[in-house]
Design a protein around this ligand. Structure first.
Ligand code: G6P
Length: 612
């Protein structure tokens, strides 16, 4: 949700800011802007993509500046609402939401400040300007203002004639980059990918930290006002991300690259178990043996695609471990009155580790006395990882396409490991059964690779979808969440209205929608529910519905008029959802291509949702 880059260095930092914003565009792309200090302020803003800002910025030279790519919250996407926002000679970029902005705005208007945007951010700019009247120094003024802001934010502030950048964070990600080599300098950004171009040495700020960056130095003060030792109190992390991880290479879109990277992403995630024949709970952290052993039930909290991973895991955990498992959408759980259970294991699933609702739901569970918390996450050092007692890091690598793909399948691998670990602790697995599950997991990268080979057939199907207004996705058992995920992928990137349904529910409502214009996509693996599913498909065919069936090599589903069948190479038992989601990802990708939508940056969405 919005990306921030800041730089102060001996080199020209304009290309650094533009390159950084390009890397952060996945966080929002309604508008982009930057403020350069030379030493007076130049502000450039554009509605739309960073590419347009880059054209405006051609020929500019500066050694000190801040930049922003926006996902609109307060105020429509427009130039007047684009960041940076200025007050006198200072400029501010901001990620997050200031909840008390209305009362602060009234106070500022009464004090004679005029607003030129509809954003909450402009309040911060005027408030700092106002505070500077009675407080010497930008750093101190930002500290005082930060104490008055309610909500989640990361900000970067610059002021004419000052040689510093001041940044602050509370509830939204922000890290510092320490320049290397002859170009040196200091930097700040919403995530590491924006700064890999200049450094690998990063410091993750904590909530409440305020930092000042100059060419030669940084200083950090924590929420309590204590000046910190750097790097002592805030260690320097050497990022292991490679610049190639965030490049598109030969692919047309990040989403395409990420779909095809799934075999490697799964293999990297499963590297942690090596060739082991038996799992150690330590896989989830040093405290895991005790915490997992004492867990009497499981509560999974997540949003979006990660929530669908949780729904699959419920089937695995209950079937393998015999432990009750519930899965809740984080934004619902955090605000409802629930019955806390201190013995429950709380599992937060999040690709980014920054999703505001998921983070808040973990905090809520902890406040209710539920301390057994486990993060399944793709980003080390993210807020959710740091909030949880236990962690399992998936190794999908950076996921840039807004529609999640490789993060999902690696989350499934991690959740299957959790189910097997819990089953083992519950004494429900023989060593042979455990070995067989691990063998199946290790074979997943190869199995997924074979499914990817179906792309040409799926591409052909996609041409039949592109002119549809609606689509229905059906699945049963642990493939029902895969139907939900298939529907989500299609709506996210092709804007076709799609719904996922458990096939048994068809006759309780959605069957009324079925006619020749409503394609019905069915996930039909060769499992115990196949015969039931086939009856459901007959109900569709009898109403003139066009069926597209993703079956297994040995599923007895026949191609006939109105029934198209594509077979996955092998039936994969409990892990079959990991395979069956792949053709659905490809189907939405190719449908979006035919429709000509923006695959990686679908309208109105953002990759990392750090606001409620
Ligand atoms: C956004 C993204 C989705 C993602 C969801 C949860 O909506 O567009 O792809 O599934 O957030 O994100 P998380 O990072 O918590 O998995």
């Amino acid at each position: 949700m919005c990306g921030i880059v800041a730089a102060v260095a001996a080199r020209n930092i304009v290309p650094v800011l533009i390159e950084g914003l390009t890397k952060l565009e996945y966080r929002g792309y309604d508008s982009a802007g930057l403020a350069l200090l030379n030493p007076t302020l130049t502000r450039l803003r554009s509605v739309g993509r960073v590419g347009e800002l880059a054209v405006q910025a051609e020929g500019q030279v500066a050694h000190h500046g801040i930049a922003h790519t926006r996902w609109a919250t307060h105020g429509v996407p427009s130039e007047r609402n684009a960041h940076p926002h200025v007050s006198g000679g200072l400029a501010v970029v901001h990620n997050g939401i200031i909840e008390n902005y209305a009362e602060l705005k009234q106070e500022l208007i009464a004090g004679g400040y005029a607003f030129s945007s509809d954003t909450d951010t402009e309040v911060i700019a005027h408030l700092i300007q106002h505070t500077l009247k009675s407080t010497p120094g930008l750093f101190e003024a930002v500290r005082l203002v930060a104490a008055r802001l309610v909500g989640a934010y990361a900000i970067a502030v610059v002021q004419e004639w000052s040689d510093a950048i001041v940044v602050a964070r509370h509830g939204a990600p922000l890290l510092l980059g320490l320049g290397q080599g002859e170009n040196g300098g200091n930097y700040a950004a919403s995530d590491a990918s924006a700064l890999l171009q200049v450094t690998r040495r990063m410091i993750y700020l904590e909530d409440g930290d305020v930092a000042e960056l100059t060419r030669a130095a940084i200083r950090i003060v924590d929420a309590g006002g204590t000046a910190l030792n750097v790097p002592g109190d805030r260690p320097v992390h050497e990022s292991t991300l490679s610049a190639d991880d965030v490049e598109m290479g030969d692919y047309q879109h990040y989403m395409q690259k990420e779909i095809f990277e799934q075999p490697q992403a799964l293999a990297a995630t499963l590297e942690m178990i090596g060739g082991a024949q038996t799992l150690s709970p330590n896989l989830f952290g040093v405290a895991a043996p005790e915490m997992l052993r004492g867990a009497r039930s499981v509560l999974i909290l997540a949003c979006g695609t990660s929530y669908h991973a949780g729904l699959v895991a419920r089937y695995w955990i209950e079937q393998l471990a015999g432990i009750a498992c519930s899965v809740e959408i984080a934004s619902e759980y955090r605000y409802r009155v629930s019955v806390p259970n201190p013995e429950q294991l709380v599992v937060a699933i999040s690709q980014s580790g920054e999703t505001a609702d998921t983070l808040a739901s973990v905090k809520h569970a902890k406040a209710l006395g539920m301390g057994r918390t486990l993060a399944i996450c793709n980003v080390p050092e993210s807020a959710i990882v740091r909030e949880c007692a236990l962690r399992f890091l998936t190794r999908a690598g950076p996921e840039i396409g807004v529609a999640s793909t490789k993060a999902f399948t690696t989350q499934l691998a991690a959740l299957f490991l959790l189910a097997v670990t819990l089953a083992k602790q519950a004494g429900r697995l023989t060593p042979e059964q455990e070995g067989a599950h691990l063998k199946a997991l290790r074979h997943l990268p190869v199995a997924v690779q074979k499914v990817l080979a179906l792309e040409p057939e799926i591409r052909a199907w996609a041409t039949q979808f592109a002119d549809k207004q609606h689509a229905l996705f059906l699945g049963r058992g642990h493939h029902y969440p895969i139907a939900l995920e298939g529907a989500l992928k299609l709506k996210e990137i092709s804007y076709i209205h799609a719904e996922g349904y458990p096939a048994g529910e068809l006759k309780h409502g959605p069957l009324a929608l079925v006619d020749k214009d409503m394609p019905v996509i069915s996930v039909a693996p060769n499992d115990a529910l196949l015969e039931k599913l086939k009856s459901n498909l007959k109900e569709v065919a009898a109403r003139g519905g066009e069926l597209y069936v993703f079956a297994d090599a040995d599923s007895a589903v026949d191609q006939e008029a109105g029934v198209h069948v594509l077979r996955l190479p092998e039936h994969y038992g409990l892990l079959s959802p990991v395979l069956h989601v792949v053709p659905l990802q490809l189907l939405s990708y190719h449908t979006a291509l035919v429709k000509g939508t923006d695959v990686d940056k679908p309208r109105n969405l953002a990759k990392s949702v750090t606001v409620e």
